[in-house]
Design a protein around this ligand. Structure first.
Ligand code: GLN
Length: 309
């Protein structure tokens, strides 16, 4: 039987067959992640990187080794790392992901950070929030785990994404919160009817905020080939020919479902951030834009009332 170190070398040598992985400097780290993922899949034991280094001379089970070679081959062919490991850590939690949902991005962690900070400074904590496009559930679930009184209503077009978001919610929030209806997931019949799912009896009560990381790419935007080939296009792309679609509809219609001093938190395509800010301002919203770690305009916070209060 091979030991961990030998298995690691095998994975690296497979990943090196892809010149892009080599030039991006991804081989060593990814081989370690795949080594841990295959081991976890076959033994149920999760190893941190430190633990991994401490047990390099220990035997690496044959079954895990077979699986590691398969994962490494698939990764060398360009398959997305998180689709192979099955999860992505986002803020404080591990989310199950797959080809049916967007892999959580670091930019979205910033969206959450700004939303949490703003909502924490409200006089009374937020009671009801809306999310457009639940996906893996990262946004609603992180907010629910931070604000114990909060209820979230989230829309999602894809049945597979709804199932995955719900599974993540059970795992991370526990059953009690779901039995108390703290997360409601609404199906979307027509992607061009953004607010339909929220209307009706759910919103006798208006919400304190709306949050979204909507599909915002246009077919002219440059996209990594692995993203284009393996991530769900309906989670990535705005309707053809109208890349501002979700922003415009939210700027125009969110007032129907929000309290008068509610907030909108939304992730932006940095190259269209100013157009989007303008679109909100023209409809009477006060707007702030926050940059991401690369210094690009990434988050829009909008409010109809005054900023303080
Ligand atoms: N809310 C999810 C996320 O931020 C899904 C977003 C989407 O599918 N566009 O990852």
């Amino acid at each position: 039987m091979k030991n961990f170190h030998e298995a690691l070398l095998d994975s690296r040598s497979i990943l090196r067959r892809n010149p892009e992985w080599v030039s991006r400097g991804w081989v060593d780290l990814e081989a370690e992640l795949l080594l841990c993922a295959a081991y976890r899949q076959m033994t149920g034991v999760s190893l941190s990187r430190i633990q991994l280094f401490l047990q390099m001379q220990d035997p690496y089970p044959q079954k895990a080794w077979d699986y590691l070679l398969e994962l490494s081959e698939q990764r060398a062919q360009g398959k997305i790392l998180q689709h192979l490991t099955g999860f992505q850590v986002f803020l404080d939690h591990e989310y199950e992901v797959g080809p049916d949902v967007l892999v959580p991005r670091p930019e979205t962690e910033l969206l959450l950070e700004y939303a949490s900070n703003t909502l924490s400074s409200m006089k009374y904590g937020p009671i009801l929030g809306l999310e457009i496009g639940l996906g893996s559930g990262i946004i609603s679930i992180e907010l629910l785990s931070q604000f114990p009184q909060l209820k979230m209503i989230a829309s999602e077009l894809s049945p597979a994404a709804r199932a995955r978001g719900l599974k993540n919610a059970y795992k991370i929030l526990g059953e009690d919160r779901l039995l108390l209806n703290h997360l409601t997931i609404l199906p979307v019949q027509d992607p061009l009817e953004v607010f339909c799912p929220f209307e009706g009896e759910m919103l006798q009560l208006k919400a304190d905020f709306l949050i979204s990381n909507p599909p915002y790419l246009s077919s002219h935007d440059l996209v990594d080939s692995e993203v284009f080939n393996y991530e769900p296009h309906q989670a990535l792309y705005a309707p053809e020919g109208d890349s501002l679609y979700f922003y415009r509809v939210i700027a125009e219609e969110a007032v129907k479902v929000l309290k008068s001093n509610a907030f909108v938190f939304i992730e932006l395509p940095h190259n269209r951030a100013l157009l989007i800010a303008e679109l909100f301002e023209k409809r009477g919203w006060r707007v702030k834009i926050q940059k991401d770690l690369a210094g690009l305009d990434r988050i829009l916070i909008a409010r109809l009332g005054a900023w303080n209060g």
